[in-house]
Write a protein that binds this ligand. Structure first.
Ligand code: 5GP
Length: 212
């Protein structure tokens, strides 16, 4: 039996270098029903980023206008730049039963909890060790934002928030972690709150008993 359902808002968070982007990529590759929520940001574009794909790059004035006009579902300042989630695309996808992945920080996650808790499932990804985290940060060619040590200090702060998430994953192996995220997503898709015509279905079953 297939019911129509609302989409899932899947929030993935982690300190930078814990493997969140690789896990997201693995998800997108084999699941056409989930897409990234493309945020707006006032941060300058990095050379390997595409406007409209990784972010919508906007100036501070445009950001302020969008926020004031209620066009952002959540927003936050992270490392001195503004970020926000455009509201309209999220609402359209959820209503159409399509899932959406959010790569946002803990401040944004808390705002989404206040507005859309029943649509959401959230996962915090941890590195298996600091040795591994440091290795991953060093491997990133274009880490111009501060030194590895600054990034590690930020990672330490971000880790304070692990207990605000529904699930925590220690990312030892990319394929294994991606598979766990797929499992969490599969369960979230089946949550009762997501099915749109369940009331009517149950009522019909009861009516059939009553009319016997
Ligand atoms: P980066 O500039 O390295 O792409 O992202 C820096 C941080 O900002 C990451 O922790 C990322 O999850 C977070 N971030 C990206 N987009 C958004 C957004 O729309 N809202 C919030 N709250 N955080 C975001």
């Amino acid at each position: 039996m297939e019911f129509q359902r609302r989409g899932v808002m899947l929030v993935l968070a982690s300190p930078s270098g814990a493997g969140k982007s690789s896990i997201s990529r693995a998800l997108f590759e084999d699941d056409p029903n989930i897409a990234l929520s493309v945020s707006v940001t006032t941060r300058p574009r990095r050379t390997d980023e595409i406007d409209g794909k990784h972010y919508h790059f906007i100036d501070v004035e445009t950001f302020r206008r969008m926020r004031a006009d209620g066009e952002l579902l959540e927003s936050a300042e992270v490392h001195g730049n503004f970020y926000g989630t455009p509201r309209s695309r999220v609402e359209e996808r959820l209503a159409a039963g399509r899932d959406i992945l959010f790569d946002i920080d803990f401040q944004g996650t808390l705002q989404l909890y206040e507005k859309c808790r029943s649509d959401m499932v959230s996962i915090f990804i941890l590195p298996p060790s600091i040795k591994e985290l440091r290795k991953r940060l060093e491997r990133r060619a274009q880490d111009s934002e501060g030194t590895i040590d600054t990034r590690l200090r930020n990672a330490r702060l971000e880790m304070d928030h692990y207990d605000e998430y529904d699930y925590v994953l220690v990312n030892e192996d990319l394929e294994d972690s991606a598979s766990r995220v797929r499992t969490i997503l599969a369960a979230a898709r089946l949550a009762r709150s997501r099915f749109l015509q369940l009331d009517k279905f149950v009522k019909d079953l009861q009516d059939q008993i009553d009319s016997h």
